[in-house]
Design a protein around this ligand. Structure first.
Ligand SMILES: O=C[C@H](O)COP(=O)(O)O
Length: 271
């Protein structure tokens, strides 16, 4: 692929994101213009729930609108979940990015040796069963609706064992996407975590997709995830239905490549 083809591919897979405290209607308008520009459409825009309806109005049906719930902390709070979920649905979003209560998983596994797990044995871990039962009240309702569900693991704050347990639970509930990070806490996306997730998707023969997020700033960095996914799950996995990037800062690199201003170099995605 030429650099330009790579940039166009990454653009088409990107959930162009703005999740900042100072977001306002003007900044969301600017985001939506970028998402539907002459360079091509992104897969989605991802915004806080109070801007979702406006974003839907702006992008019409050209790109999907996603919002975040239980974000960014990953609480285990049924009332907050119910409110935020109902509010997101009322805004008629296409996709909901929900933060997995990863701190609870860390607590459940704190006495365990955090050596890398044999992925085929992950269901034998006691924390897997406990956490799966807890998640029935969250992933159960989320996965019943037509709205696409992406579950954010906050993988950069987890051990490989914890990434594997959380991913397996997501696969059991048949979430639409397993997403790596909020971009707000700890390390962002890492190829090592993506490898665990891709391997479990394959082992489960699952149709669940993947979203790399948190710290992805360049097309070259994004291409590293595409290449890894292709090697484990094949070329057909690389489409917006199953593969996304969540990124707030990649757009300039895409445009610079498409306008011939620069060639992209990988950056360290973990910050
Ligand atoms: O949900 C996506 C992330 O918030 C994006 O993270 P980022 O701001 O590091 O690109």
């Amino acid at each position: 692929m030429t650099p330009s083809e790579q940039a166009k591919l990454v653009l088409s897979l990107t959930d162009l994101t703005s999740l900042e405290d100072n977001d306002n209607f003007a900044s969301i308008e600017a985001l939506c213009k970028k998402a539907t520009s002459e360079y091509g459409n992104t897969a989605a825009v991802c915004v806080y729930k109070q801007f979702a309806a406006y974003a839907k109005y702006l992008v019409e049906d050209k790109v999907k609108v996603a919002t975040v719930i239980n974000f960014p902390d990953g609480a285990l709070d049924p009332q907050r979940f119910a409110f935020e979920y109902a509010y997101a649905l009322s805004q008629k979003v296409d996709e909901i990015d929900y933060v997995f209560p990863w701190r609870k998983l860390v607590e459940l596994t704190q006495d365990q040796e955090h050596a890398f797990a044999d992925l085929s044995q992950v269901k034998a871990n006691p924390a897997y069963q406990t956490m799966k039962e807890i998640m029935a009240d969250y992933l159960g309702p989320l996965c019943k609706k037509d709205t696409k569900v992406k579950v954010i693991l906050e993988s950069g704050s987890l051990t490989p064992l914890q990434v594997a347990i959380a991913s397996q639970i997501c696969l059991d509930y048949q979430v639409d996407f397993i997403k790596t990070s909020t971009g707000k806490h700890g390390k962002g996306a890492r190829l090592s975590d993506a490898q665990i997730i891709f391997t479990l998707i394959k082992l489960n023969n699952s149709s669940t997709g993947f979203k790399a997020s948190g710290g992805i700033r360049t097309v070259a960095n994004a291409m590293e995830y595409i290449t890894l996914a292709q090697s484990i799950l094949g070329d057909d996995f690389i489409k917006p239905e199953t593969f996304r990037f969540g990124a707030s800062g990649i757009y300039n690199d895409i445009v610079n490549i498409l306008t011939g201003n620069q060639t992209s170099t990988p950056t360290n995605s973990s910050y």
